[in-house]
Ligand binder design. Structure first.
Ligand code: CU
Length: 114
């Protein structure tokens, strides 16, 4: 498993403060304190998005953290080098449009879906 990076801001844009996003989404509660809800894998879907606006691995980590905080998302893999995100999600809890919105909120752009 990749290490879970602490939220950090580097000089490259468009970075966002993860804590801020989470307090918006979860009424101020720390997501780190939230229990991980076990999800059955049987009905999971995978979405692959082409993402523009990433400038470094930090951007990829930002997106990963963001997307994994969305309800219904089990796992996200984001590659800066490939400019791509793969997201395993429960289609009954969320949908591609919600995932795209979460990625684009801090200023990244979803340029394509597979
Ligand atoms: Cu970056």
């Amino acid at each position: 498993m990749p290490q879970r990076h602490a939220p950090q801001v580097t000089e490259c844009a468009p970075h966002v403060k993860i804590e801020q996003i989470h307090s918006d989404a979860n009424s101020g509660e720390s997501y780190l304190a939230m229990p991980i809800v076990p999800v059955m894998e049987q009905n999971m879907k995978t979405a692959t998005f082409k993402i523009e606006g990433m400038n470094c691995d930090g951007c990829a980590n930002t997106i990963k953290t963001l997307v994994e905080s969305e309800p219904g998302v089990q796992m996200a893999t984001v590659s800066f080098e490939e400019g791509q995100a793969r997201i395993l999600y429960d289609p009954q809890s969320t949908g591609e449009d919600r995932l795209v919105a979460a990625i684009q909120k801090p200023g990244f752009r979803v340029a394509g879906r597979h």
